[in-house]
Design a protein around this ligand. Structure first.
Ligand SMILES: *Cc1c(COP(=O)(O)O)cnc(C)c1O
Length: 394
């Protein structure tokens, strides 16, 4: 099997698995217990908190463990909104192509009377710091903008946006779920007030993540109960998963440069090969994108059919975001970068990482063109286009 869907999830690394296993064997106590077994678990938590903080330039007290990226996004945005509302600030600035964990939280807040403004991201799928600066108002409670997009891989100018927000005294949250372990993060240097990350996107376990919150910014708990996580998140901590997350993040950060060099070469070979397919287009910018991200639209096909036929040939890919599969709507990300509905339906996302090989890329390049022409030959719409009855878009 060729796995090329690393933006959906990654395979757990041996280091993360070992850390989890030894925690389950040796430190299975409840960290809230005062006895020795509890204290052993507390030590694992403290150690993980300190190591994760070090990976992103934060202090351990600024790390709150969550159930993943979605919860971290929800909590960051809810906390900032509550804080803003207390002083009459109800404007929240974001972008049109955020993850649904952000967009759906913002939609809820809109129903609750917040004024949500989504910046357009253009064809390249990014926003400039100037766009953000121009849109910030007196009553802006929060700017929440992702570090890198999960579908088209574009990387946003987070440091510049952070500086602008800090200058203007506006809270800045970034969903860094696709960036953590893959791009450098330094919350101090980048003026980031709040940041979400998720372990399973960097070879850690599923169901665990982090919300970093700069010291002094009050967090609102989404879950009521015990006083775990200094009252920021009730519920007994998932100690083994947290230990696995720390091991995975440390490992990804330690090997970031060499992994990036390797994966970039694979990505660019794949982009170059897929570009040969007629009436296709790369989504997003060819240079400003995550090292492993390849996202294409092929005119005249359905992305879902393409990915099922690829799966038949042992290739795991995606037609967009794992979170939108199963819905018939085209991806909001592809619509946001200006792809018409018809084209957005014909998308393919291949996300590589250091476990992929040149042989994987060559196998994908052997498989995709044949499947695309097969699907096109079955399509009445494609026939109309080749006849000249309808015109090509790409
Ligand atoms: C995967 C992902 C999330 C959600 O993280 P979970 O841990 O799966 O809840 C949020 N934002 C982005 C950009 C993602 O890629």
């Amino acid at each position: 099997m060729i796995y090329a869907d690393n933006a959906a999830t990654t395979k757990i690394s041996p280091a993360a698995r070992d850390a989890m296993y030894s925690c389950m064997e040796g430190s299975w106590g409840n960290p809230s217990s005062l006895h020795t077994a509890g204290q052993q678990a507390t030590e694992v938590l403290q150690d993980a908190r300190q190591r994760i903080a070090a990976c992103i330039g934060a202090s351990p007290e600024e790390i709150t463990f969550t159930s993943g990226g979605s919860e971290a996004d929800n909590q960051a945005i809810r906390s900032a909104a509550a804080l803003g509302a207390r002083c009459g600030k109800r404007h929240i600035l974001s972008t049109a192509f955020e993850h649904h964990a952000v967009l759906h939280t913002l939609k809820r807040l809109a129903d609750e009377g917040f004024d949500i403004e989504l910046l357009p991201v253009g064809q390249a799928g990014t926003v400039t710091a100037l766009q953000v600066a121009d849109a910030i108002r007196e009553d802006t409670a929060l700017v929440t903008i992702m570090y890198a997009n999960n579908e088209i891989g574009s990387i946003l100018p987070i440091s510049e946006i952070g500086h602008i927000c800090r200058q203007k005294g506006v809270l800045f949250h970034t969903d860094a779920v696709q960036a953590a372990g893959h791009l450098p993060i330094d919350v101090r240097a980048q003026d980031i007030d709040m940041l979400s990350l998720s372990a399973h996107k960097f070879h850690g376990p599923k169901g665990t993540g982090v919300l970093y919150v700069r010291k002094g910014i009050p967090l609102r708990s989404l879950i009521q109960g015990g006083a775990q996580e200094r009252g920021h998140r009730a519920g007994t901590e998932n100690v083994p998963a947290i230990a696995g997350m720390a091991a995975a993040l440390e490992e990804s950060c330690a090997h970031m440069v060499e992994n990036t060099v390797r994966v970039l070469a694979l990505r660019d070979r794949l982009i170059q090969g897929l570009s040969q397919i007629p009436h296709s287009a790369l989504n997003g910018d060819s240079l400003n994108r995550l090292p492993g991200n390849v996202s294409f639209c092929f005119e005249g096909i359905e992305g879902e059919s393409l990915l099922l036929l690829l799966d038949d040939q042992g290739i795991c890919a995606s037609s967009g975001s794992a979170c939108t599969s199963g819905s018939l709507d085209p991806s909001h990300v592809l619509l946001a970068i200006g792809r018409p509905h018809e084209i957005a339906h014909g998308s393919l996302r291949l996300t590589l990482d250091q476990d992929n090989t040149e042989a994987d890329v060559e196998a994908i390049l052997r498989a995709v063109p044949g499947i695309v022409s097969r699907l096109r030959n079955m399509s009445p719409l494609w026939k109309d286009k080749t006849d000249g009855t309808k015109s090509f878009i790409l």
